[in-house]
Design a binder for this molecule. Structure first.
Ligand code: RFL
Ligand code: PHB
Length: 392
């Protein structure tokens, strides 16, 4: 078995793992990224689209912000709809902050390009990843590539391998608590080279279910429809999607909808999930490996970023001064923010979706809450503060 040594072994080459690798590299801290899938597969995934300022700052610090700065769209507000009614939340006026619309696909590509340019290691198509000795000072990761076994010796392991990864399971079951809520619906997403229906994002609820109008650029739109969890993307023709979307939008916006062929369609289930603790010995979980939020508040990627910030600060402190304080406090610090984001994503999802078993009373509660938001500045401010991202 071949053995390699690095300071930080990073499992997972999604945005969490690649961002951490890039930040560490800029501090002269060596890491190796192990990724289960091919580079083409990772860069082909269509996921999140809205970046908080914390994520933007990390991209700047990692030296990979150039394209985000020129191609990202700055949004100072967001639209909320209910039936034919809608109103605007002025994020900038309420919080002093704006959000950036820049796709996770692009951001991940920027991170891969930067890693490549600096000659950093990303090992693709790894299998059978196992984590050993995480309570010791000499943890290790073993894995296979092309059937050949490899061993990676390191100081620390960052588990950035998403919800379906192996890292979380390395924390003994007796010491791990998992909190989960599944929702009785999913999102069907469609990407198309058509101009967005509005310059800002619209989250809207209707008797037929929730819809989201988002975008990637002035010429590329991203739309989502609430659908049953059993739905399959291939069963939806483009025309069926556009027709259903038009039904769910406020009438004036439906009239402005420009339709066209889809580039991608996919179904994603909605889930809330938290693993406690996020750290065990010298293993640290980051991003979707430790927590999942329903996408209604655009918080998945942004919460991965706050984890990366805390872990990066802890590692930098350790390698500079030998002080483990930041590392030892990682889980508590990250979880304190994670639970607030979980609350917001759950609340916003509960407000905007049609639940199959909901009573007329439940519907009136949603309408009353929508009306309260429309008319109350304090309620808008609370939403806006969460939407632009709680500070970290
Ligand atoms: P990722 O992106 O899942 O990356 C984890 C990486 O780890 C690899 N991996 C392994 N590598 C080695 N060994 C193993 N055993 C491994 N197991 C897995 C995987 O191949 C992958 O490359 O997690 P990360 O980096 O923490 O980033 C988190 C974000 O990707 C995630 O929070 C968001 O994309 C969530 N999310 C969305 N968030 C939003 O804010 N808005 C959205 O519209 C949105 N859409 C989505 C989403 C997540 C989705 N998933 C996970 C199914 C749509 C989908 C379909
Ligand atoms: C997206 O553009 O993919 C997107 C935007 C906002 C969300 C979720 C997804 O809340």
């Amino acid at each position: 078995m071949s053995t390699q040594r690095t300071q930080v072994a990073i499992i997972g080459g999604g945005p969490s793992g690649m961002l951490l690798a890039q930040l560490l590299d800029r501090q002269g801290i060596d890491s190796v990224v192990l990724e289960r899938r091919s580079r083409a597969h990772v860069l082909g995934r269509i996921r999140a689209g809205v970046l908080e300022r914390g994520m933007r700052a990390l991209m700047e610090e990692a030296g990979v912000a150039q394209r985000m700065r020129t191609e990202g769209l700055t949004h100072s507000g967001v639209l909320l709809g209910h039936g034919d009614q809608r109103f605007r939340i002025d994020l900038e006026e309420l919080t002093g902050h704006r959000v950036t619309v820049y796709g996770q696909t692009e951001l991940t590509r920027d991170l891969y390009d930067a890693r490549g340019a600096r000659g950093g290691a990303v090992i693709h198509d790894v299998s059978d990843v196992t984590i050993g000795d995480i309570r010791s000072d000499a943890p290790e990761v073993t894995y296979h590539v092309d059937g050949q076994p490899h061993r990676l010796a390191c100081d620390f392991i960052a588990g950035c391998d998403g919800f379906h990864g192996v890292s979380r399971h390395a924390i003994p079951e007796a010491s791990r608590q998992e909190f989960e809520k599944t929702y009785p619906f999913a999102w069907l997403g469609l990407l198309s080279d058509t101009p967005p229906v509005d310059a800002e994002l619209l989250y809207t609820s209707s008797a037929r279910g929730f819809a989201l109008c988002s975008m990637r650029s002035a010429a590329r739109s991203r739309y989502y429809l609430q659908c049953p969890v059993t739905e399959r993307a291939q069963d939806w023709s483009d025309s069926a999607f556009w027709e259903e979307l038009a039904h769910r939008l406020p009438a004036d916006m439906a009239r402005n909808l420009v339709t066209g062929p889809s580039i991608e369609k996919s179904v994603a289930p909605l889930r809330s999930f938290v693993c406690e603790p996020m750290q065990w010995g010298n293993l640290f979980l980051c991003g979707d490996a430790a927590h999942i939020v329903p996408p209604t508040g655009a918080k998945g990627l942004n919460t991965a970023a706050s984890d990366v910030r805390y872990l990066y600060d802890g590692l930098r402190q350790f390698y500079k001064t030998g002080d483990r304080g930041g590392l030892d406090g990682y889980s508590a610090k990250a979880l304190a923010r994670v639970w607030k984001v979980e609350r917001f994503s759950w609340w916003f999802s509960s407000l905007m979706h049609h639940f199959p078993d909901q009573s007329e009373f439940d519907q009136r509660m949603q309408m009353a809450e929508f009306e309260f938001l429309r008319s109350n500045r304090a309620a808008q401010e609370a939403l806006a503060l969460n939407y632009v991202g709680l500070p970290y």
